[in-house]
Design a protein around this ligand. Structure first.
Ligand code: AMP
Ligand code: MN
Ligand code: MN
Ligand code: MN
Length: 294
């Protein structure tokens, strides 16, 4: 895969002086870096506009937003909410909302509780499969922060139940496996409502990850729009040009604003680096037009 492949399969990269990344994680959820370290990395990479979108928590964002380092770029409030739509897990990113608003606060409280309850249920399933793990062992890792399957996977690796996190997902925690427990999440409509009522923009995260038929995907977009959803991630991490074109087309057709984000969790040689994204096709309505000046 040489330079030619890269050039022909991806849009040009974002301009060095205007790099935007609206989907990133910190160790407030399942990211590896502290919020401070993520900010420093983003600034180092030349990012001018950043959203920290941890899973169902804004604790990471809150811990850095008033620090001097956060004044070196435009930091937008963000979160990635796990929702259920027709029995499918759909992730909705919220951007530019009022973090003190009751609607988003109540939603994230409910999600945090759902995560804690789900963790207990997953551990019960694992214990039945001869892989006992206590909640305390997981909490030693999360230290009061948002619990996710990656934390449980890490304990499974540490206890020698699996060789690595990927294997933990593949055999036990991923879609259709014993640890794939779909209960407790807010509905898609409720998440959109909580975000928009709080003055934010709701965005369908990584639309190409759901393995849905085209008909179902279109139904998702239509319902999301009817619920008040305004944007979709046209670019999620490093993706082939054909995928960008697919979602750009849908954004135009359905009148969605376009968002983009790395979904950065940790530095990886093969992963997507904070801010290092292709540029959005220039005719799309960028989602940041909606919260400029915030
Ligand atoms: P949860 O938020 O607890 O539902 O866990 C989902 C998170 O697990 C995603 O946001 C990813 O960061 C991570 N994840 C999903 N699939 C895998 C996988 N196959 N291997 C490692 N991590 C994964
Ligand atoms: Mn994650
Ligand atoms: Mn996600
Ligand atoms: Mn994410």
């Amino acid at each position: 895969m040489g330079a030619f492949f890269y050039l022909s399969n991806f849009y040009g990269v974002q301009a060095q002086n205007n790099m935007i990344d609206l989907h990133t994680h910190t160790n407030a959820s399942d990211g590896e870096l502290s919020p401070e370290a993520l900010l420093a990395r983003a600034i180092d990479n030349g990012v001018s506009q950043l959203a920290i979108t941890d899973h169902d928590t804004i604790a990471g964002y809150l811990s850095v937003r008033n620090q001097p380092v956060a004044q070196q770029l435009q930091l937008i409030s963000g979160v990635e909410i796990s929702t259920t739509w027709r029995g499918i897990g759909i992730h909705v990113v919220g951007l530019g909302f009022d973090v003190a608003h009751d609607a988003i606060t109540a939603c994230l409280q409910q999600q945090t509780q759902a995560r804690a309850e789900r963790a207990t249920m997953i551990l019960a399933k694992l214990a039945k499969a001869n892989m006992p793990i206590s909640l305390a062992e997981v909490e030693q890792l999360t230290q009061g922060r948002q619990i996710g399957r990656p934390h449980i996977a890490a304990v499974m690796v540490a206890k020698g139940y699996v060789n690595n996190s990927n294997q933990a997902f593949k055999k036990y925690l991923g879609a259709g496996k014993i640890g794939d427990i779909k209960s407790g999440w807010v509905t898609l409509a409720a998440a959109v409502e909580a975000i928009t009522a709080s003055g934010g923009v709701a965005v369908i995260a990584h639309p190409d990850h759901y393995q849905m038929t085209r008909t179902k995907l279109m139904a998702l977009f239509d319902e999301f729009k009817a619920d008040g959803g305004q944007a979709i991630e046209v670019i999620s991490g490093r993706q082939p040009r054909s995928i960008t074109e697919k979602y750009a087309h849908i954004a135009r057709e359905k009148g969605f604003y376009a968002s983009l984000g790395s979904d950065f969790h940790r530095p990886l040689s093969y992963g997507c680096e904070v801010g290092k994204l292709s540029a959005l096709p220039s005719d799309l309505m960028p989602v940041w037009a909606l919260f400029a000046g915030n």
